[in-house]
Design a protein around this ligand. Structure first.
Ligand code: ADP
Ligand code: MG
Length: 393
C-alpha cells in the first residue's frame, strides 16, 4: 500500500487516526471542565497508566476541550532534570497576560501578575534560561517566602481569583508527573486543596506512570480524596479492532478478522503497539484485504523497530546493575513479581538491591503495583530484555 497514504501514527503523543475506547473518559473530562468553570465542586484528575497507552494524546484532547470552553490553559511536561517552577512560571505568565488582555482592565489579573513576580523572587531561581520579564512591581509579602509549599498555594489562589474575575477558568495540565519531586507534588496538592475549598475556577489535569498514585499519597495523605485517578489501560479487543479497521476503511482497505485477531494478540491492545503494527502492515501489504501472512511479516518488522527505538532508548539509560535487575525480572515472566523473589534470583538481600530498584522506579522503568511488588511500566519490555541480554546466571 502507498506509504504516503499510511494512516497510522506510531510515536509519543502523535494523535491517532482513530481515538478508540476513550469516549467515557473524555465525556467525564468535559463535565469536570464545565463544572469547574461554573464554580461547582469537582475533583481534579490524574490519568495513570503505563508507557504507550495514550496519556499524552488524551491530555492534548483535554486541552482542546478546555479551549472549546474558553479556558486558559497551561500545558507543561515534567522532566527529570527540571524544576516545576521553571516549567510553570512561563506558562502561568502567558495565562495571566491573556487574562489581563481580556476586555476591561482587570485588577485581579494585575494582582496575580504582581504575585507571580513576587513568587519568582521568592523561589530565587538558580536558572538562567528563564526570564520572567514582567513589567510590574512584585506584591511584597505574598507568595515570596521561598517555601514552595507556602508560596504555590498563594500563587494558585491569585490565578484562580483572576480567572473568576473574568468569568473565565484556568486549566493547568502536567504530563509525566511522576518526575516531580515529593516536595513539588506536595506543593501542588496543597495548592489544589486551597483552590477546591474556595471553589475557584482552576483545575489541574495530570498524567503519569502508575507510581504517581503512591507518590501523591506519600506527599499528602488527603491527596486520595482530592483527586481522581482514572486508570488508562490497553484497549479492549473490540476497541483495538476499531482503532485498526476504521482508519484503513476510510481508504477502502480492510483487515481480515484473522489479521485483526493476530495484531491484537501480539500487541495485547496497547495503543502504541497497535499504531506500530498497523503502520507496518499497511506498508507491507500489496492489496486489500490485509491477511495474516502480511501480519506475520509486520510483527517481525515492528519488533525490529521497537527493539531499535522504543525499547532501546530506555535500555541505554540503564546502569549495568539495573539491567541485571530487569533481566532477572523478565525471566520470571511478564507479570507482577514479589521484590523478595527478584532479589533471591539475583542472590542478594532485598535491602542491598533496594537502591537499584528505587533507581529503576525513578527512571520510570518499573513500579510497585502493591507494597513489595514490582512490575514493568513498559508493556512487552520483558520479552525485549530476553532478546537483548543472556539470562542472569
Ligand atoms: N485510544 C487510542 N487508540 C488508538 N491509538 C492510540 C490511542 N491512544 C493513543 N494512541 C497511540 O498510541 C501511541 C502512544 O500515545 P501516547 O499518548 O504518547 O502514550 P503515553 O503518553 O501514555 O505514553 C501514539 O502513537 C498514539 O497515536
Ligand atoms: Mg506520554
Amino acid at each position: 500500500m502507498d506509504p504516503l497514504q499510511n494512516p497510522f501514527s506510531p510515536g509519543a503523543g502523535s494523535p491517532p487516526p482513530e481515538l478508540a475506547g476513550r469516549k467515557p473518559l473524555l465525556d467525564q473530562a468535559r463535565i469536570t471542565l464545565g463544572r469547574v468553570k461554573a464554580g461547582r465542586a469537582e475533583r481534579s484528575f490524574f490519568l495513570v497508566g503505563l508507557r504507550g497507552v495514550g496519556k499524552t494524546v488524551l491530555l492534548n484532547k483535554i486541552r482542546e476541550l478546555a479551549d472549546n470552553q474558553a479556558y486558559h490553559t497551561a500545558l507543561i511536561e515534567a522532566h527529570e532534570g527540571k524544576s516545576l517552577v521553571e516549567l510553570l512560571l512561563p506558562a502561568l505568565r502567558q495565562v495571566l497576560s491573556a487574562l489581563d488582555r481580556m476586555a476591561q482592565l482587570s485588577e485581579k489579573a494585575k494582582r496575580a501578575l504582581r504575585i507571580l513576580k513576587s513568587f519568582f523572587n521568592g523561589v530565587k531561581l538558580k536558572v538562567y534560561d528563564i526570564e520572567i520579564g514582567l513589567d510590574v512591581e512584585p506584591e511584597a509579602g505574598t507568595a515570596d517566602s521561598g517555601d514552595l509549599e507556602a508560596d504555590l498555594p498563594q500563587l494558585f489562589i491569585a490565578v484562580g481569583e483572576a480567572a473568576a474575575d473574568r468569568a473565565s477558568a484556568v486549566a493547568i495540565i502536567i504530563d509525566e508527573m511522576q518526575y516531580l519531586s515529593e516536595q513539588e507534588l506536595s506543593a501542588l496538592i496543597m495548592a489544589m486543596h486551597q483552590i477546591s475549598q474556595r471553589q475557584l475556577p482552576l483545575v489541574l489535569v495530570g498524567a503519569g506512570l502508575p507510581q504517581l498514585v503512591a507518590l501523591a499519597g506519600r506527599s499528602k495523605s488527603y491527596a486520595e480524596r482530592l483527586f481522581q485517578y482514572p486508570q488508562i489501560g490497553p484497549l479492549l479487543p473490540a476497541e483495538a479492532a476499531e482503532a485498526l479497521q476504521e482508519p484503513v476503511q476510510e481508504q477502502g482497505v480492510a483487515f481480515t478478522p484473522e489479521a485483526l485477531a493476530m495484531i491484537i494478540e501480539q500487541t495485547q491492545g496497547y495503543p502504541y503497539f497497535l499504531q506500530e503494527w498497523g503502520y507496518q502492515a499497511w506498508n507491507l501489504a500489496d492489496a486489500s484485504p490485509i491477511g495474516t501472512d502480511v501480519i506475520a511479516r509486520a510483527t517481525a518488522e515492528s519488533i525490529r523497530r521497537l527493539d531499535q527505538n522504543f525499547f532501546r532508548v530506555r535500555f541505554d539509560r540503564l546502569t549495568p546493575r539495573e539491567k541485571y535487575y530487569l533481566r532477572a525480572l523478565a525471566d520470571m515472566g511478564d507479570t507482577t513479581q514479589r521484590s523478595g523473589e527478584i532479589a533471591e534470583r539475583l542472590h542478594v538481600k532485598v535491602q542491598s538491591i533496594a537502591p537499584v530498584r528505587n533507581g529503576l522506579i525513578k527512571k520510570g522503568m518499573i513500579y510497585s503495583p502493591a507494597h513489595g511488588d514490582t512490575a514493568f511500566t513498559v508493556p512487552l519490555f520483558a520479552a525485549f530484555m530476553k532478546r537483548i541480554m543472556p539470562p542472569v546466571a
